[in-house]
Ligand binder design. Structure first.
Ligand SMILES: [Zn+2]
Length: 355
């Protein structure tokens, strides 16, 4: 990529072995981030009228049996992480359940199969948009469990995966949606982590939409054959959008007519609508020649600024309401590589990380 770049890089951590030992190791390497995440949890609780930390912990603990049932290995990782950081399990678990309190403002995703790419590779790409103060919690995590495929992911605090790809050629990217049917149920991080243990697309789709879920991301799942799915979920329903044209774009509103009635408030989705249409239009021009440069161009776009595809903090808003692109990522499922640009893609450069 051209340009000087912004000089930003993300921390890299790795862990292997049993799920508990993976958690301990990640906890030790990311203790400072875990402590900051606890602080943010406490601060956000203080801002909720009538809410106390005890009430939040009691509430999130109600979901623990569901998490244990859906994916006990993740609970073991969280137990290890709690021990590795020296922070209590309840607090770590609550922080993972509640972590994306951000109201689904961000993220732009594009996935494309080999028919349209310059080097005949399958690519899954993502801009991560969140409040700017989450940036210091980002981490590139490599995990090799003794009993599951290894994976590389961009995580918060080493343990909360937001996008990732595993050695079986499955990637998980996606965006937040704001749905009107949320309920007490399985936290939405659990399916994200579990999909990264899938050995094939059938398990990945199944695990992306556990019926016990309390809410859902739009989980975009790709495999190395170029199967591209956008699992548009709410708590109680979903639609599986397929990349019929060989590619797929998604932002932060429901596209499937089946899911429109679960949209909480379309009035708040103008950035998402602009980013969706803009990314679709810009991306189409590159079909047949798609490569890393395509994503650098599309993900750096500023139409609709500051709530554009490349998002920048809106100075008219308070810190809690601002959104910015924290990183941009392109997974090459064919060559098993991850390209990450730390910070805004208009300023930074994509660096390669092998799985
Ligand atoms: Zn920008």
């Amino acid at each position: 990529m051209s340009g000087e770049g912004n000089g930003k890089t993300l921390r890299e951590v790795s862990a292997s072995g049993s799920h508990y030992n993976i958690g301990v190791s990640l906890g030790k390497q990311c203790k400072d981030q875990a402590l900051r995440m606890q602080k943010m949890l406490k601060a956000s609780v203080e801002q909720m009228p009538g809410m106390t930390l005890e009430k939040v912990l009691a509430h999130t603990n109600l979901t623990l049996p569901l998490t244990k049932e859906a994916y006990p290995e993740f609970v073991e990782e969280v137990e290890g992480y709690a021990d590795g950081t020296g922070i209590g399990f309840d607090l770590v678990y609550a922080s993972l359940c509640d972590r994306p309190f951000s109201r689904g403002k961000g993220c732009t995703d594009i996935a494309v199969n080999s028919q349209w790419t310059k080097d005949d590779v399958v690519l899954a790409a993502h801009n991560e948009d969140l409040e700017p103060f989450h940036y210091p919690d980002l981490c590139i995590t490599r995990v090799t469990p003794k009993d599951e495929p290894g994976f590389i992911a961009v995580t918060y605090g080493g343990i909360y995966p937001t996008v990732g790809m595993n050695t079986a050629g499955i990637s998980l990217t996606g965006n937040a949606l704001v749905q009107n049917d949320t309920r007490l149920g399985l936290p939405k991080v659990v399916p994200v982590r579990k999909v990264l243990s899938a050995k094939g697309v059938y398990d990945a789709l199944t695990w992306s939409m556990p019926p016990s879920r309390g809410q859902s991301y739009n989980n975009i799942i790709c495999d190395q054959n170029g199967e591209i799915y956008s699992m548009e979920g709410s708590a109680t329903a979903f639609d599986a959008l397929y990349g019929h044209e060989g590619y797929l774009v998604h932002t932060n509103h429901y596209l499937s007519p089946r899911m429109w009635r679960f949209e909480d408030d379309l009035h708040t989705r103008m950035s998402s609508i602009i980013r969706y249409n803009r990314a679709s239009k810009l991306f189409k021009r590159h079909l047949g020649q798609v490569d890393l440069g395509t994503f650098k161009e599309v993900f750096s776009d500023h139409v609709g600024y500051p709530e554009s595809i490349c998002r920048h903090p809106d100075p008219r808003l308070g810190e809690q309401d601002q959104t910015m692109t924290l990183f941009s990522a392109v997974f090459d499922l064919t060559r098993k590589a991850l390209w990450v640009c730390a910070g805004n893609p208009c300023e930074g450069e994509y660096r390669k990380h092998e799985l």
